[in-house]
Design a protein around this ligand. Structure first.
Ligand code: GLN
Length: 290
């Protein structure tokens, strides 16, 4: 790299200092991820190449990025991508940043899909409100016998999801459809998955600025009680499911009983659930009543 500027280690220390001073939540991790991401260094290289001096343009790039983080933009938005279930995914304005907790939805639904794959041979999956495509693409990467539709109201999200599919070699098995819930969807599916907006409207303002200023409101706002999306999905899902299909949903930490009641009223039963890394209820799986 041979520049004239400060070393990698000095640059990292400076970013860390500024994040700590500003009260950024995970200053040490964020500084490391940001500097490493911008330099395209692995975590090993961050150590082994710590004494290298940075070229002028790298120094400038990092300076701008540090400023953006100080204005509460999340690290992965600044980098423009984030890894989900081992897949590198691009982010854009119309997409929620995929969270590690959402990987638990993938883990929870996979055994159901593997079981279905044995009897059905081929699987068809629908991801409602696909955003970056995260959930759906992770499932496709794990299930070679599956194809999927990712739907979203946002055209921006759909183009990001499509390019994420192509980037990960999954483009041929992934189709996008612009749709509000099931409006423009046709066909029946072995699995319907979704991480829908589930935050009650009046709670959104209390979330961290990283979320309120940078995640799209449409991907967060679940209406007055946070349940609008679940009600919309429960109302029509049965028409789009194979008889032995399942619905896998991410939910808010306090929504287990409410979401279960919404789906039970629509003729479903809860057949699986999982907690997130913070031990909150995070995932529910439903099947049609026999
Ligand atoms: N987990 C997200 C958050 O709290 C919300 C995602 C959603 O509404 N689906 O930031």
């Amino acid at each position: 790299m041979t520049g004239e500027g400060p070393t990698v280690s000095e640059t990292l220390a400076e970013a860390r200092r500024r994040f700590i001073e500003a009260g950024i939540a995970d200053p040490v991790t964020d500084a490391r991820l940001l500097v490493a991401g911008l330099l395209k260094f692995s975590s090993t290289e961050m150590l082994s190449r710590g004494d290298e001096r940075l070229a002028e343009e790298k120094v400038a790039l990092i300076k701008v990025a540090v400023k953006r983080r100080l204005a509460h933009e999340p690290v992965h938005r600044i980098l423009g991508e984030r890894e989900f279930y081992g897949l590198p995914l691009s982010l854009s304005e119309g997409t929620l940043e995929p969270r590690p907790d959402t990987e638990i939805l993938v883990d929870t639904i996979l055994p159901f899909l593997r079981g279905l794959a044995k009897t059905e041979g081929h699987l068809h999956i629908l991801d409602v409100g696909t955003g970056t495509g995260a959930i759906c693409l992770a499932l496709l990467s794990e299930c070679p016998e599956a194809s999927a539709i990712g739907s979203d109201v946002s055209a921006d999200a759909l183009s990001t999801a499509k390019s994420n599919a192509e980037r990960n070699g999954l483009g041929e098995r992934f189709e996008v459809v612009q749709s509000s819930w099931f409006q423009n969807i046709s066909g029946t599916f072995h699995a319907i998955v979704s991480n829908p907006p589930y935050i009650a409207s009046n709670v959104i303002a209390n979330l961290a600025p990283e979320v309120t200023k940078f995640d799209p409101a449409a991907a967060l706002d679940g209406g007055p009680d946070g349940l609008d999306a679940y009600k919309a999905i429960a109302k029509d899902a049965a028409r789009f499911m194979r008889p032995d299909g399942v619905i896998g949903l991410e939910i808010g930490y306090d929504q287990r009983n409410d979401v279960t009641a919404v789906f039970e009223a629509a003729g479903f039963q809860c057949v699986g659930s999982a907690k997130d890394y913070g031990q909150n209820d995070r995932v529910l799986v439903f099947a049609l009543n026999a």
